[in-house]
Ligand binder design. Structure first.
Ligand code: HBI
Ligand code: FE
Length: 290
């Protein structure tokens, strides 16, 4: 990740909190066109796959295909619903900066949009992943509280050895790649899935991945892969359950996690509540410590 001084060369107005002006007026037709292409593709894929709360967030915030959203106007809509705002950042920001934003109900969103040759995969979060993928769920009051609590938990985890790795896994398997068992069936709420058309189909329909009932300690012991579709998804029953399971002091949990097994992304354990066992899953055991 570049330092603040390095970023200052391309973003002279960057603040100590890594925020930059969005400069909405500087996006060109080609950039709005990439947003439109991605938005329209997801609008076809997500009905029947994304959860109701995500789709309601999109419509409550009036997110639309025609152009990249103006963060000021979006923040006005969002703050009226849950008190969250969206601020622009160049891309990834350091962990302490990221957590400080979340703890104060500000979502840092990448200002740039991917290039036409990167429609299906980018390494750093852009405005489409961050705004289309993350912001709709922030219009949901319980999820909005969960994200603030995650930020506050992150600030505490920074001072505890090893805890950040465990907490990042929670973020990965919920905020980024979470599934929910709704009354209508299995649905997506994770931003990394809803912002990807191929993974939206894969996560809900493919026989390949495991789909396992969410368990906090199990998730925190499980490595994840960043370079391919997930081998396992963890499935919550409700956002209220997710919040209740995680809104606690993690001190005792972190102490337990300092020893005991760690799991590979594809492992399936005897204790797991398995919703669907993937066709590629390992019969697993534990390997190295977390
Ligand atoms: N910065 N902009 C941005 N977006 C992220 O999702 C993000 C980040 N910095 C750190 C980070 N995520 C993670 O390492 C933490 O959730 C652990
Ligand atoms: Fe993300």
């Amino acid at each position: 990740m570049p330092t603040l001084d390095e970023l200052r060369r391309s973003h002279p107005n960057i603040g100590p909190d890594y925020t930059i002006p969005q400069h909405w007026e500087r996006y060109g037709a080609a950039e709005h066109g990439i947003w439109r292409t991605l938005f329209d593709r997801q609008a076809r894929v997500l009905p029947g796959r994304a959860c109701r709360e995500f789709l309601e967030g999109l419509s409550k915030l009036k997110l639309a295909s025609d152009q990249i959203p103006d963060f000021e106007r979006l923040s006005e809509e969002l703050s009226a619903l849950t008190g969250w705002r969206v601020v622009a950042v160049p891309s990834l920001v350091p962990d302490d900066v990221f957590f400080d934003h979340l703890a104060n109900r500000r979502f840092p969103a990448g200002q740039f949009i991917r290039k036409p040759q990167q429609l299906d995969y980018i390494e750093e979060p852009d405005v489409f992943h961050d705004v289309f993928g993350h912001v709709p769920m922030l219009a949901h009051p319980v999820f909005a509280d969960y994200m603030e609590a995650y930020g506050k938990g992150g600030q505490r985890a920074l001072s505890e050895f090893g805890a950040l790795k465990n907490l990042a896994r929670l973020y990965w398997y919920t905020v980024e790649f979470g599934l929910i068992e709704s009354r209508d069936g299995l649905r997506i709420y994770g931003s990394g899935i809803v912002s990807s058309s191929a993974e939206s189909m894969y996560a809900v329909e493919s026989p390949s991945p495991n789909r396992i009932g969410f368990d906090l300690e199990r998730v925190m012991r499980t490595d994840y892969r960043i370079d391919d579709f997930q081998e396992s998804y963890f499935v919550i029953s409700s956002f209220e359950e997710l919040f209740a399971e995680t809104y606690k002091d993690f001190a005792a949990l972190y102490a337990r996690l300092a020893s005991g097994p760690g799991y590979r992304p594809g492992d399936v354990l005897a204790a797991d509540r398995v919703l669907t066992r993937g066709t590629h899953s390992y019969r697993a055991g534990s390997h190295a410590a977390v």
